[in-house]
Design a protein around this ligand. Structure first.
Ligand code: ADP
Ligand code: MG
Length: 294
């Protein structure tokens, strides 16, 4: 664990995240995040964009990917209802030598190292927690740790980005926080071709036919204003493929195509949260199989 001394207090930093998340399609969204982070000259400040969209559209993936593209270490912080201000800054723990050891949060580790902090699902945490980041997000560019009694100035390369689900189960943040999390970048459901690319990227071992079925369903769902996302599609395909691979005992009979379709239907009924959607998926599959025969 890396250590650093700030105003006489030793802080233990956490390591950045190294995860296999890459973004495909909609390249302008990556460009928008990177543009927000640009600094044009000495008096300029970077912006801290807010990525907004339905669950499963790729907000976390985009934030992480943009951070890596910008050649910075990326620190993911999962916000929850229970996130306290000190969880975002510095927390004290008792060391083996019974002394207080101060641990920097992923956000503060990014602040010190000049990395990107991604505050994931930022509208799950309260205004009180966001308030502790207010000076970081304006021209002051620092955070204060009440616990350690220090002020931590941001590295010039430090950048921040937050993701927010636009569902109801979250806090409504006040204007002074919203105005610091700009611009708002909205992520919509992808077009058919891009959605297929995303599925291929996430399931490179899957049969094209399986992915075609899933994309057909997702596109129909988007068209009907349903909230099902590529994440649901990935889960359906992934589980169906696992069932298919585990099917060594010949319990399912029929040809390869029928077995694949059977497992996709089973996966849909277990993953989609309404019977209507699962039924719709089944009908769509039957329809597509029928068309192929003709
Ligand atoms: N454009 C994309 N490129 C690559 N993967 C994507 C893309 N959009 C969504 N995904 C995949 O969909 C799933 C959900 O994405 P995630 O970033 O967790 O969504 P969100 O944070 O909006 O809920 C992940 O498995 C992710 O890999
Ligand atoms: Mg997410």
């Amino acid at each position: 664990m890396e250590k650093i001394v700030i105003e006489g207090v030793e802080l233990h930093l956490v390591e950045p995240d190294q995860v296999p998340m890459t973004w495909v399609g909609q390249p302008e969204l990556v460009t928008q995040v990177l543009a927000a982070w640009l600094v044009l000259g000495e008096d300029d400040l970077p912006l801290s964009p807010r990525l907004v969209g339905k669950p499963g559209v790729g907000k976390t993936t985009l934030a992480y990917h943009a951070g890596r593209i910008s050649n910075r270490p990326v620190y993911l912080f999962q916000a929850t209802m229970d996130t306290r201000p000190e969880d975002l800054i510095v927390t004290p723990v008792i060391s083996e030598e019974r002394q207080i050891k101060y641990t920097a949060s992923p956000v503060v580790s990014a602040i010190i190292k000049g990395g990107v902090a991604v505050i994931d699902e930022g509208n799950r945490m309260s205004e009180k927690s966001w308030a502790s980041l207010a000076p970081l997000l304006d021209s002051r560019q620092y955070v204060e740790s009440i616990v350690a009694g220090i002020k931590i100035q941001a590295h010039p390369d430090f950048r921040l980005c937050t993701t927010m689900n636009d569902d109801a189960s979250t806090f409504e943040l006040p204007e002074y926080i919203h105005s610091r999390l700009q611009p708002q970048i909205h992520i919509d459901f992808p077009e058919r071709e891009e959605e297929l690319l995303i599925l291929k990227r996430n399931l490179p071992f899957a049969d094209d036919k399986v992915l075609d079925y899933v994309v057909e369903f997702l596109q129909a769902a988007h068209g009907a204003g349903e909230r099902y996302s590529v994440r649901d599609g990935i889960n359906i395909a992934r589980y169906a493929l696992k069932r298919y691979a585990g099917d060594g005992h010949g319990r399912e009979t029929g040809g390869e195509k029928q077995r694949t379709a059977g497992y996709l239907k089973e996966a849909a009924s277990m993953i989609l949260d309404t019977t209507a959607a699962a039924e719709y998926f089944k009908d769509l599959l039957d329809e597509m199989a029928h068309e192929e025969k003709d």
